[in-house]
Design a protein around this ligand. Structure first.
Ligand code: ZN
Length: 640
């Protein structure tokens, strides 16, 4: 029997009941399963896994929609209720992870009577239990609980300091030379005759990209790279100590070893090796790019001897404009939002052999949102919601949120794209973001026809998750594909030579950017692994080794490096996924990105499999060989 979608409330008053009853009934069902499984009845391993799976599917879906509506619902009361329910679900999962009686039920099984996928599920369930310390003695478990509670508090404080420490620099108006008119209009002169520039991104990023005054750029960059300093220094030390202690109590040598056990990369040491390898690959091109920047800087001022953190963005932009003649304003007119959205559905439908049927009759949380059934032939295989414009109280970034976790015959996969695009003309970079996020959405839906909820959709290793999304970005850079929907108001499609120039301009500086990313990855890895006493000295040493851009003196960027909280030692994952994405993309013919055979194989061997096998095995099944770094190396050399 085909699975049915969730029924969202038809009236605005129905939302509170939908959230509360939905979460409560999922938690009640999951608690009933815990009670059943520990009631002493003898059951086969498969019967136990099936009961577990029913609970898992319901809790994952409840966790999906409460997380989504906490970020997007227009009614603040519904957002708050959703947050409370998310916390209740997290608390239940933490408690269940420590339930030794329940763990013993799984640990007693003989996996040999299970099929491969069920055995994999059992393996993952046991691994989740041991990674939360369920098999340790009472004193150790008590300490692990303390560490977990304290880590949450320290991590929240670390993030809050970054969010709240907004600094302001006051500059003379001539120091804004080079900035676009709309930026200057928004930054008027104050009573003291000066202009205020804050550390918020909309202030700092354009300033570092366009301001011609080098001294002012350096001052803005210094201010930005000192956010949360010194407040976050002791917190970062404490967080690293807590993580190291947690890893040791669980029997690992270090936090990176604990963290990578469930990642594609496999070991802590492998992160260090990966950083070295990528840095080597990017070394020659990166140094040449920085020489180009330095030469251009010396035309302005012959005494400049190094491209600093306060110069990189400015000279990269200048070289792109002067050498490749790409004018962002001229590009924008080809990307009308409605046409882009229609084009995205057309392109991805053709690529993956699916179609979308808009459902204006289905209730949504805002009139801005559109709902579409995803069809394969006549069969409905999923449902998506597109929530693409800004709204008060809505999530500020771009992301895919699960709405329902797909389980075959039980629950239809449903996902939501949450973005903040303009209603009229879009930047090309926003079109690329839209394709990227849609890559996650289509992974969630096409991977959502699983037997086991644990492996549904994007439930692969965390360092693989960005590969399908980064790969789909390529479709937003193809001249033929863009011509199908990038059409200006007079009906003229975007010229192929303009797309070619956009690509060349985008490519300039990529090896240097890769080296900067490897500096960040090394900071995230080495601070966790070595826990140096002096973070400033360690970060500076790693900058000398990996970054080709010179840091400014008296800055402490690690204090505001928010990923140290969320990603821990795993900042490398973005680049790792990109290596895989470039390799997967190499299977496609660049002259024909719609090749039906390759696209179908990609859909079936990568996306549809979800987390039902290790990502390395999925990649090998698609490529017909193990994944490699070759395509990434060629990309770095400037070969598309
Ligand atoms: Zn992503």
């Amino acid at each position: 029997m085909p699975a049915e979608p969730l029924t969202l409330p038809h009236t605005s008053s129905g939302w509170n009941a939908f959230i509360a009853d939905g979460a409560d009934s999922a938690l009640d069902a999951a608690r009933d399963v815990v009670a059943l499984l520990t009631d002493g009845t003898s059951r086969t391993p498969l019967a136990v896994l099936e009961l577990w799976n029913d609970a898992e599917a319901r809790v994952a879906t409840a966790s999906g929609f409460t997380s989504l509506f906490a970020e997007v619902h227009p009614d603040a009361g519904v957002r708050e209720l959703s947050e409370v329910k998310t916390q209740e679900i997290t608390a239940f999962l933490t408690e269940r992870g420590q339930n030794r009686e329940l763990y013993n039920v799984f640990a007693a099984f003989d996996a040999s009577e299970l099929d491969a996928e069920a055995a994999r599920l059992l393996d993952h369930v046991l691994r989740d239990f041991t990674r939360s310390g369920v098999d340790r003695d009472d004193a150790t478990r008590a300490r692990l609980t303390e560490i977990s509670e304290r880590s949450t508090i320290v991590a929240q404080e670390f993030s809050r300091n970054i969010r709240d420490d907004v600094r302001t620099l006051r500059l003379r108006s001539e120091q804004l030379d080079g900035l676009p008119d709309d930026y200057r209009d928004e930054h008027g002169v104050g009573d003291d005759g000066l202009v205020a520039i804050t550390t918020d991104y909309p202030d700092t990023v354009p300033f570092l990209t366009f301001a011609t005054d080098r001294e002012a750029r350096h001052a803005v960059s210094r201010q930005f790279n000192n956010r949360a300093w010194p407040a976050n220094d002791p917190l970062l030390h404490e967080l690293l100590d807590l993580r190291a202690e947690q890893a040791t109590l669980l029997g690992y040598d270090s936090w990176p070893d604990f963290d990578t056990e469930v990642k594609m990369i496999g070991s802590g040491d492998a992160i260090g090796e990966f950083i070295e390898r990528i840095s080597d690959l990017a070394g020659e091109s990166g140094r040449a790019e920085v020489q180009t920047l330095l030469k251009r800087a010396q035309q302005d001022d012959p005494t400049i001897t190094a491209i600093t953190v306060g110069d990189g963005a400015y000279y990269t932009e200048l070289v792109r404009r002067e050498q490749f003649g790409v004018d962002a304003g001229a590009v924008r007119r080809f990307f009308d939002f409605d046409r882009v959205r229609a084009g995205l559905l057309e392109v991805t439908g053709r690529l993956f052999g699916i179609s979308y049927r808009e459902r204006p009759d289905v209730p949504r949380w805002s009139d801005d949102v559109t709902c579409h059934d995803v069809l394969r032939g006549d069969e409905r295989i999923g449902r998506i919601y597109l929530d693409l414009h800004p709204r008060e109280g809505k999530y500020k970034h771009a992301a895919q949120f699960d709405l329902a976790t797909g389980v075959s015959g039980m629950q239809l996969p449903e996902g939501t794209l949450v973005c903040n695009f303009p209603r009229g003309l879009m930047e090309h970079s926003q079109v690329v973001t839209l394709f990227h996020e849609f890559g996650h959405l289509v992974h969630h839906v096409l991977g959502g026809n699983q037997r086991w909820a644990r492996f549904s959709g994007v439930a692969t290793e965390w360092d693989f998750v960005e590969a399908p999304s980064q790969m789909l970005e390529e479709w937003a850079w193809d001249a033929d594909i863009l011509r199908s929907f990038a059409v200006d108001a007079d009906g003229v499609p975007i010229p192929a030579d303009l797309v070619a120039r956009m690509r060349t301009a985008e490519d300039f500086g990529r090896a240097q950017r890769v080296r900067t990313q490897m500096h960040y990855a090394a900071v995230s890895y080495r601070l966790h692994r070595e826990r140096p006493v002096d973070h400033d000295a360690a970060v500076a040493e790693l900058a000398r080794r990996y970054s080709l851009i010179t840091p400014l003196s008296d800055t402490h960027f690690q204090a505001a490096f928010g990923h140290l909280e969320g990603y821990g030692s795993g900042y490398y994952t973005y680049m790792w996924s990109l290596v895989i994405a470039k390799d997967l993309f190499s299977a496609f013919d660049p002259q024909n990105l719609f090749d039906a055979e390759v696209a179908a194989r990609y859909r079936d061997e990568i996306l549809a499999r979800g987390g039902s096998a290790d990502a390395a095995d999925l990649a090998a099944a698609f490529l017909g060989r193990p994944y490699s770094f070759d395509a990434f190396g060629r990309w770095l050399e400037g070969d598309n």
